[in-house]
Ligand binder design. Structure first.
Ligand SMILES: [Mg+2]
Length: 147
């Protein structure tokens, strides 16, 4: 079976971590974009189609929660997986209430991360499929076809 790459955006201020994770995700066949701040991440989303954002919560400037709010406001179909530090379960819960798919505690296990990435991608695909079906129904109704 041919794997369709997931378009992933990594947003984290730790450059070494971003580069290491980017390499490993590319080895899995994913298409990876990187950003080192929340603002840079949002700018990337404007210019680049993305399925899933892996988002660090603790960043200088615009933090992860603020970035998450903006992502969900501007790109509601993009899924977000948060990376949190120890003792930030409350932040993780807050993020999920704001629409994040899930979270991972840093240092994240790569197996867990790739499993969650797959889950997030699946949720996005399913949601887009539901929207497509609803749009087809709408078109049929508008054209005076089946009611
Ligand atoms: Mg950080």
């Amino acid at each position: 079976m041919i794997k369709i790459p997931t378009k992933v955006l990594l947003v984290d201020d730790e450059e070494d971590f971003v580069e290491m994770l980017s390499l490993r995700l590319k080895e899995l066949g994913e298409k990876v974009s990187i950003a080192y701040s929340g603002q840079e991440g949002l700018d990337t989303l404007v210019t680049t189609p993305i399925d899933v954002v892996i988002l660090d919560i603790k960043m200088p400037g615009m933090d992860g929660i603020e970035t998450l709010r903006e992502i969900k406001k501007q790109f509601p179909l993009v899924e977000v997986i948060m990376l949190t530090g120890h003792g930030s379960t409350e932040t993780a819960v807050e993020g999920m209430k704001l629409g994040a798919f899930d979270y991972l505690m840093k240092p994240a296990d790569f197996g867990d991360l790739s499993a969650k990435l797959e889950g997030a991608r699946k949720r996005k695909d399913e949601q887009e499929e539901r929207i497509r079906k609803a749009e087809v129904k709408l078109l049929v109704r508008k054209s005076g076809g089946l009611s």
